[in-house]
Design a protein around this ligand. Structure first.
Ligand SMILES: [Ca+2]
Length: 290
């Protein structure tokens, strides 16, 4: 699944002038967004920016942990020693705190049965969780997971991460929207391309310094995109992680879930209905994954 590294990028710095998802707006159907309290990203001391990733990488497993095989994982993030996980599908969607080593669910909050949970991330003392086609981003309390307010947006929600400046959001296309963390308004959009071709199906995201890691839906490839220039600057071959006995051709069992531990620069990776959570290190590799 690894391709070349040459990439080009289309960058739009305008604020959604008639194209792409619109900025958050009030909506007759639900509460009006009341804003995220506190100072975004101020709850922890910002880490020094990690060096960017360039080239090809493979994953080296350093530990395996149990993962709820009933969790249709749609988003994953590490925060203060716990994993924050978004579970999808109608009727089972939730956001939850999970103890990584045991897989124990420390706390969970269900979504309404008509909402399908997608990517999520921590912003200050709150959580922002996307929904797939409901065009609502839930703003929840980081301590008890309860919903506090919401943003509205147009289009689908897939992946989300916060780079201490912008919320980075995917919608299944090759575009990433960089949104204001307080208003959810689109500040710019980038279109990732590689070898003059768009890299579509960007799904679950993980912000890492000046780059964002993205699952490519239906594959075992993770692309590493510069959020400043948009270029795909590195690729990660994660095919070695697929647990045995899962249907390879069934996209419902896709790799989906990237959470980085800033203290070790290791990653937790899992997938939809996977019984295993992998803790991995990235190792430079050849283009054939060796
Ligand atoms: Ca993530």
């Amino acid at each position: 699944m690894l391709g070349g590294l040459l990439a080009t990028l289309v960058v739009s710095t305008s604020c959604s002038p008639g194209g792409g998802p619109e900025a958050a707006t009030a909506n007759d159907g639900g509460p009006v967004f009341t804003g995220i309290g506190g100072s975004a990203g101020s709850s922890t001391v910002p880490e020094a920016a990690p060096p960017p990733l360039f080239g090809h990488y493979r994953v080296e497993i350093v530990a395996t942990h149990p993962h709820d095989p009933a969790a249709f994982t749609q988003g994953l993030e590490w925060h203060d020693g716990l994993l924050l996980e978004s579970v999808g599908r109608y009727g089972t969607s939730a956001r939850r705190w999970v103890e990584a080593n045991t897989g124990d669910v420390v706390d969970t909050e269900s979504l309404p049965s008509n909402q399908f949970g997608e990517g999520l991330t921590v912003v200050g003392d709150q959580i922002v969780q996307l929904t797939w086609q409901e065009e609502v981003a839930i703003v929840a309390d980081i301590d008890n997971l309860e919903p506090r307010s919401q943003f509205r947006y147009d289009g689908e929600g897939w992946g989300l991460c916060f780079d201490d400046t912008h919320l980075v959001m995917s919608d299944g296309s090759a575009q990433l929207a960089l949104r204001d963390p307080h208003s959810f308004e689109i500040r710019s959009t980038i279109t990732a391309t590689r070898d003059d071709s768009e890299v579509r199906l960007l799904n679950e995201l993980e912000c890492r310094g000046s780059q964002v890691l993205a699952n490519v839906y239906g594959s075992d490839e993770i692309v590493v995109i510069s959020t400043a220039t948009g270029r795909v600057e590195a690729t990660i071959d994660a095919h070695a992680l697929r647990p045995p006995d899962l249907p390879i051709e069934n996209r419902d069992f896709a790799l989906n879930g990237i959470a980085r531990r800033p203290d070790t620069d290791r990653f937790f990776l899992t997938g939809k209905w996977w019984p295993i959570l992998y803790e991995v290190e990235l190792v430079p590799a050849n283009t054939d994954g060796t």
